[in-house]
Ligand binder design. Structure first.
Ligand SMILES: [Zn+2]
Length: 130
């Protein structure tokens, strides 16, 4: 399969050219957490495009491939104030920073939740109350 045949095959699988171009630029990884978006069905199903600057500009320079979790975590955050420059790479780097800080906070909440759930389940078993 050559390059053109591969593109045609992907078009037939539901990938429009503009989306393929975004995927190629991102190496088919989430641009915020580096998740391989083709690794498994969950990843593939989580494929989303994010507006780097949430101003509705649909130009390819303002779009990034993001996994569902990163896109949700980033929401409408505007990376311009945090970015070292206003070029795409600087804006993506700033958005990555925003997302990774929020992910770290979520990790903490998850950790505390797991501990509490373990205690809850352990206590329920010990007392026999279900
Ligand atoms: Zn991600």
């Amino acid at each position: 399969m050559d390059h053109d045949e591969a593109r045609t095959a992907l078009n037939k699988l539901g990938w429009p050219d503009w989306m393929l171009d975004l995927g190629i630029r991102a190496n088919f990884h989430c641009e915020y957490c580096d998740k391989d978006m083709l690794a498994d069905v969950d990843s593939y199903d989580g494929w989303q495009k994010d507006h780097i600057v949430p101003d509705g500009n649909d130009d390819a320079s303002n779009l990034a491939i993001a996994c569902k979790t990163c896109n949700f975590i980033k929401r409408n955050s505007d990376p311009r104030a945090l970015a070292k420059g206003q070029d795409r790479d600087s804006l993506v780097a700033a958005a990555r920073k925003i997302v990774s800080e929020r992910r770290a906070r979520k990790e903490e909440v998850l950790h505390k939740t797991k501990n509490a759930v373990e205690a809850l389940l352990g206590q329920g078993h010990a007392s026999g109350s279900v």
